[in-house]
Design a protein around this ligand. Structure first.
Ligand SMILES: [Zn+2]
Length: 200
């Protein structure tokens, strides 16, 4: 995510009228004209975009689970935690006017969404614990498309991502577990975070 993308989201939210409507309801974009690259930055209709691939992410997850089991799961969680912590800290340095925990959680939710990772809501978040719900997820969509339903929750990336954000919000370490998952049979994914020194 780039700063101009965030500025656009925070300061001037894109409106439907920013785009040309099509009778089918699908936005009519001239891809050859609107989809461009400026150095390392890829833009679509003037907005910077982030691209990622569910084939790659899901194959990486399956390989780690199949070959390393719980150690592979832990590796995914720790990597996502580190990335989200570093990214969120950097973002907050750019926007020091965002100070309250509530505003920072809303910023985290926005960051998750505009990075194409899905829809995430911090339902409750306090120093000792938090409840976070995901209504839609890049990883869920990708896993279901490639492998169908699972017997156990599988949103390990999101567990780590939440832990990283909470560590920035409260300056503590958190263990995040997934209590319900769309990959099993739940209508949403539900995550519980517990401060690590409490034993999780
Ligand atoms: Zn899930």
């Amino acid at each position: 995510m780039t700063q101009d993308t965030l500025s656009r989201v925070l300061g001037q939210p894109a409106k439907v009228t920013d785009f040309v409507s099509h009778p089918t309801g699908i936005m009519d974009i001239d891809w050859r004209k609107e989809y461009t690259r400026e150095g390392h930055r890829v833009t679509l209709a003037g907005s910077s975009i982030v691209m990622h691939c569910h084939h790659y992410n899901i194959n990486l997850q399956k390989m780690l689970e199949d070959t390393l089991g719980e150690r592979g799961v832990d590796l995914m969680i720790r990597a996502a935690e580190s990335a989200s912590r570093n990214g969120f800290e950097s973002l907050l340095r750019h926007y020091p006017q965002i100070r309250t925990a509530k505003s920072r959680m809303e910023l985290a939710e926005t960051m998750y969404q505009i990075c194409g990772l899905g829809v995430l809501h911090f339902r409750e978040a306090e120093l000792q614990s938090a409840v976070v719900e995901s209504l839609s997820s890049h990883h869920v969509t990708g896993w279901l498309a490639k492998h169908g339903r699972r017997a156990t929750p599988g949103c390990h990336f999101t567990r780590g991502w939440i832990a990283g954000v909470l560590s920035v919000l409260f300056q503590r370490k958190y263990l995040v577990s997934e209590k319900a998952c769309k990959l099993v049979d739940s209508p949403t994914c539900c995550f519980i975070a517990v401060e690590e020194c409490n034993g999780g």
